[in-house]
Design a protein around this ligand. Structure first.
Ligand SMILES: [Fe+2]
Length: 110
């Protein structure tokens, strides 16, 4: 099983009280309707706070789940921009997880 499914998951419970550390790790998710269902666009970091992408500290994976089933998983290196785009079905709860090599798994619900 992917580590994105098994490790402890970090979620911002209170956006008003979120720290920069939490904001820079949390996926930013945009969902729009398309002919085949929905288009999900993911980048990392909220409120313009960017996460580093270096050899020592980086976002190394993003996955998209619909109703708990993983429908997309991408891996990244320090040379990549950690963004993801995928089409999903019209129905179901969309959840996105991002993995930081130092700071674990971070989740957002669309
Ligand atoms: Fe990090």
């Amino acid at each position: 099983m992917s580590e994105l499914m098994s490790e402890e998951i970090n979620v911002i419970e209170d956006m008003e009280a979120a720290t920069d550390f939490e904001l820079k790790h949390t996926p930013y998710v945009e969902v729009s309707d398309v002919e085949a269902g929905r288009l999900v666009k993911v980048s990392i970091g909220l409120n313009g706070i960017e996460h580093p992408q270096t050899e020592d500290h980086l976002i190394d994976a993003i996955c998209v789940l619909v109703d708990g089933d993983m429908v997309a998983e991408l891996a990244f290196t320090a040379d990549d921009e950690p963004v993801a785009e995928c089409e999903v079905a019209a129905e179901g709860e969309i959840v996105v997880r991002a993995s930081c090599n130092l700071h674990g798994i971070w989740q957002a619900t669309a």
